[in-house]
Design a protein around this ligand. Structure first.
Ligand code: SF4
Length: 443
């Protein structure tokens, strides 16, 4: 086997896992190709957060099987990520295209899986060992300015709609000094925006010292290594005043915070097993805004959760209206295998959930527009990602508050560069800007 191809579905966690898989494939002597049909080994790094995940995986495996019959490649196909953990050996038995299955807790066993495949065996390795392997030096990060560093894996919360505790296992935090060293190394290699990752990132506890997430933020911020440090995903239940204070005081942090609320009704929050009430969430928002008046908050909302009445939904709508989030990611409830909510009474029809979702977006959109328009005339720094559209002269990037900013007016800008711009216009979903008087050179 000489070549590999990786296809990544889903969240930032999977992007980083693909970089880990890629590092292991390269150490095994394989080099990357851009199409599965040209690869000796194709790896599908899958996500099971949305509905019909298994069907989508089977359909892709079918395509790869046909490609193999027609052209001989990919000779081996591996399944990784959350669908691998969820389905394991079942999918291996079901799909002739599949050569190996590796759960997210078994990434380090990729070389052994490749050896087994080379010896003519098909293998499935899932589950979570007592110690998680995390070989930071083997991650194939590429040269991107946006980089991820895992701080805690797994989740102990068991929200009743969520499959993650089953596919990612129990919480396991990495030692704080190891994370700080990795952040420094990633920044030294060109990473400008570093996102600390965890399913419940602020539940972090250093296994050696007991340091909490506030201590970690302080230590990472003190390195001064990156242009910006972000983190996802925070759980409202784990935010302490100490964390808020450290977040507010640490340079490079404190302008953007994703704080999923999921619902505005106490009855729904309780059935979701979220661990906080509406009042506690609103109190937390008030404490965060008091410490960080400039912070942009974003959130996740699920509508149509089983048993959600119109009155429950109106409470969510009212909460969205009162908090005035800078960004909102809305979803219609999607039943997931193995989760308790799958069997809850009062399932809301798809059409009703879809209609409620539309109402959430209709309430949120004018708020976002107003907040964005309030930024016109301000100077901000933007990390540039690339041309706004194919063939366009405008560039697109994100500011420190994670808003999308389209930049026009200077041909000297480049991907991965931080530019200082002046906001000149706004829509509900993005800002328009021109390069300011003091465009920054590449840092
Ligand atoms: S805290 Fe997040 S990852 Fe954990 S169960 Fe709840 S929604 Fe899923």
């Amino acid at each position: 086997m000489e070549t590999y191809f990786i296809e990544t579905w889903g969240c930032q966690m999977n992007v980083l896992d693909s970089q880990r898989l890629e590092g292991l494939l390269q150490r095994h002597g394989l080099s990357r190709v851009e199409r599965a049909e040209d690869a000796d080994v194709a790896v599908l790094n899958t996500c099971s957060v949305r509905e019909k995940a298994v069907g989508k995986v089977l359909s892709r495996l079918g395509e790869l099987h046909l490609a193999r019959l027609a052209g001989g490649k990919p000779a081996a196909v591996g399944l990784c990520g959350c669908v691998a953990e969820q389905e394991g050996a079942r999918l291996l038995a079901r799909s002739p295209a599949l050569s190996f299955v590796l759960g997210p807790g078994r990434i380090a066993q990729l070389p052994a899986a490749l050896d087994a495949v080379a010896a003519g065996r098909r293998v499935s390795v899932t589950g979570f060992g007592p110690v998680r392997d995390y070989e930071a030096h083997l991650i194939a990060r590429g040269s991107g300015a946006r980089q991820y560093v895992t701080v805690i894996e797994g989740c102990n919360q068991h929200c009743t709609f969520c499959v993650v505790p089953y596919t990612r296992g129990r919480e396991s935090s990495r030692p704080l000094p190891e994370i700080v060293r990795e952040v420094e190394a990633v920044a030294a290699a060109g990473g400008k925006e570093i996102t600390l990752l965890g399913q419940t990132v602020n539940a972090y506890r250093c296994p050696a010292s007991g340091a909490d997430f506030g201590d970690l933020l302080q230590a990472v911020g003190a390195t001064g290594a990156a242009w910006r440090i972000q983190f996802v995903t925070s759980h409202p239940k784990f935010f302490t005043d100490n964390m808020i204070e450290k977040l507010a005081r640490t340079p490079g942090l404190g302008t953007y915070l994703h704080l999923p609320v999921q619902a505005g009704s106490d009855a729904v929050l309780k059935r979701m097993h979220r661990g906080y009430t509406r009042e506690e969430y609103l109190g937390l928002v008030a404490r965060i805004r008091s410490a960080m008046p400039e912070v942009t908050l974003s959130t996740d909302v699920i509508v149509g959760f089983p048993g959600e009445t119109e009155a429950d939904f109106l409470e969510t709508l009212a909460l969205v209206g009162s908090v005035r989030f800078g960004q909102l990611y809305g979803f219609a409830y999607s039943p997931r295998p193995r989760t308790p909510a799958l069997h809850y009474p009062g399932q809301v029809s798809r059409s009703e959930a879809g209609e409620r979702l539309q109402r959430v977006f209709e309430a949120q959109s004018p708020v976002q527009l107003e907040l964005n328009q309030g930024l016109i005339g301000r100077s901000v720094e933007v990390l540039l990602d690339g041309p706004a559209k194919r063939g366009s002269e405008a560039w697109q990037g994100r500011g420190p508050d994670n808003r999308v900013v389209n930049v026009q007016g200077w041909s000297g800008i480049a991907c991965g560069q931080v530019a200082e711009v002046v906001i000149t216009g706004a829509t509900a979903h993005s800002l328009l800007s021109e390069v300011g008087p003091a465009a920054l050179p590449a840092a």
